[in-house]
Design a binder for this molecule. Structure first.
Ligand SMILES: [Zn+2]
Ligand SMILES: [Zn+2]
Length: 498
């Protein structure tokens, strides 16, 4: 977590340092062609990888002789007008082949929330203003509004490339009327009018961290170091292993990636939480089925105490599931409780005379319990039922372990009365080394004590070399022999604000 926060701070500082409000002039914009590129991204408006993709796209257009595009992404141009700056960039760099005049300047000014296209004379036919405007509105602004400049620029420039490539194959040379209200599809068909596909944003990282934390709390995986296994030692009906961990913590990520890769699904704000919710639901269903398969296989049908404890342990966190997933777990929970009740309170018949036995009340039963059992019940680690046969004067003493108790079995007196007492730090952890501590235990029945060493995790450090500040973006384009061709702007193009 801390690392993420530090990354944010670094990128925030990097952004705010690049702010030079007044005295902006075009010759301060780094010319990408000096490195054989087409994208000038001095303020890191788009990521290095997005910049590389855009460069590759532009390089391809240029290589085909379709168009030469200069993309300029700036945080601010002071109080200058974006259209003027775009025009000035065009005049200064002169993109486009001289004979064809097929240059295009795309300028994004972040603080003015403005995107400008400035087309050369030769492109005005293939890329009329109305198409520029439509690409901006449909492909770019939806992402820009969410500060997703990477996706917005990528979608927009791809649409431009599509239009130009199709125009190149000489299908259309329509003279589009200037009014943007005219919706004739023209050669813009490749870019449908449907709202562009929504993808999960950056918030997904926080959502996922939140999900993992909540899942960690909900999953009853905190198995104590001390052996808390019940006396009657029922077989474990469900053992959360690596597969469970994968299912809970990793599957949602895989599911999100799969939806992204293999479907055309448009993400909504609730999509990812829904995936996470359904992931937990299916996991719990799987676990419930497995518990029942194992119960049939492993549990002794005649040992009701063992069945009781086995099912209790396997369904330790069923209460939470019943709240979070009322369907189907609320009903299952009710049924589970009724089953436990039946297992515990159905009348036993006497082993000797076969007559029905009687469950003794709290006061009466104490006469037949040992001192150790009394102490266990006082500590809350085991609860006892005493069944009595009046006919032949025999008793059946049944112990039910509390599945929520942290009290362990004492190795000396064998009662479940060994309690954790104080904790002691022997060696403090640092950011480099683990620490060590001692946990003390004391038996409340026989006074036996023991201590156990445990490891304290390293302090999390924020020293990591999070290179978010970027390494002077030299995403070298493939054809470095390129240069701006010397085209002329016709003053065409379009601009959009968000
Ligand atoms: Zn009897
Ligand atoms: Zn003891």
């Amino acid at each position: 977590m801390r690392v993420i926060v530090v990354c944010f701070l670094i990128s925030f500082l990097a952004l705010s340092c690049g702010d030079k409000k007044n005295g902006f002039s075009v010759d301060k914009i780094p010319d990408p062609m000096l490195h054989g590129g087409y994208v000038s991204n001095p303020d890191h408006i788009v990521s290095t990888s997005a910049e590389a993709s855009l460069n590759a796209l532009m390089s391809d257009l240029s290589a085909k002789g379709t168009a030469q595009v200069a993309v300029v992404l700036l945080k601010t141009i002071g109080d200058k007008v974006p259209k003027d700056i775009a025009h000035e960039i065009f005049r200064t760099w002169k993109p486009g082949q001289k004979e064809k005049n097929n240059g295009l300047v795309v300028l994004l000014v972040e603080d003015q929330h403005r995107i400008e296209f400035e087309t050369g004379y030769g492109l005005e036919g293939d890329l009329p203003d109305v198409i520029c405007f439509r690409i901006q509105q449909q492909k770019m602004l939806p992402f820009f509004k969410k500060n997703d400049y990477d996706e917005g620029m990528w979608q927009g420039m791809n649409a431009v490339a599509d239009v130009l490539n199709h125009a190149d194959s000489a299908t259309v040379t329509a003279n589009e009327p200037e009014s943007p209200a005219d919706e004739t599809p023209e050669n813009f068909e490749a870019v449908p009018d449907a709202p562009s596909r929504e993808l999960p944003g950056d918030g997904i990282i926080f959502l996922y961290v939140f999900y993992v934390i909540i899942s960690r709390i909900c999953a009853g995986f905190f198995i104590s170091k001390k052996d808390k296994r019940p006396f009657n030692d029922p077989p474990i009906l469900y053992n959360p292993g690596i597969f469970s961990g994968l299912w809970i913590y990793v599957f949602p990520a895989l599911e999100i990636v799969a939806v992204f890769l293999f479907t055309n699904y448009s993400f909504h704000w609730w999509s990812v939480p829904l995936i996470m919710y359904l992931n937990w639901l299916t996991y719990l269903l799987y676990r419930t089925i497995l518990v029942h398969i194992n119960a049939n296989r492993l549990l002794n049908d005649n040992n009701r105490v063992q069945r009781y404890t086995g099912f209790s342990l396997a369904h330790k966190d069923l209460g939470i599931a019943a709240i979070v997933f009322p369907i189907p777990f609320f009903f299952y929970y009710k049924w589970h409780k009724a089953r436990l009740d039946r297992l515990r309170s159905t009348v036993y018949s006497c082993d000797q005379c076969k007559n029905p036995m009687e469950l003794l009340g709290n006061k009466n039963k104490k006469n037949y319990m040992s001192k150790g059992q009394l102490m266990e019940e006082k500590q809350g680690s085991v609860i006892y039922d005493v069944w009595s046969c009046k006919t032949c004067d025999t008793r059946k003493v049944l112990g039910y372990d509390s599945i929520y108790s942290n009290i362990a079995k004492c190795p000396k007196c064998s009662n479940k009365t060994l309690q954790a007492t104080k904790k002691e730090t022997v060696k403090r952890p640092t950011s480099r080394t683990k620490g060590q501590g001692l946990q003390y235990y004391e038996c409340k029945f026989c006074g036996y004590t023991e201590k156990e060493a445990f490891v304290i995790g390293m302090l999390s450090s924020s020293d990591s070399s999070s290179g978010s500040s970027g390494s002077s973006s030299d995403s070298s384009s493939s054809s470095s022999s390129d240069s701006w061709g010397g085209g002329d702007s016709g003053g065409g193009g379009s601009g959009s604000s968000w």
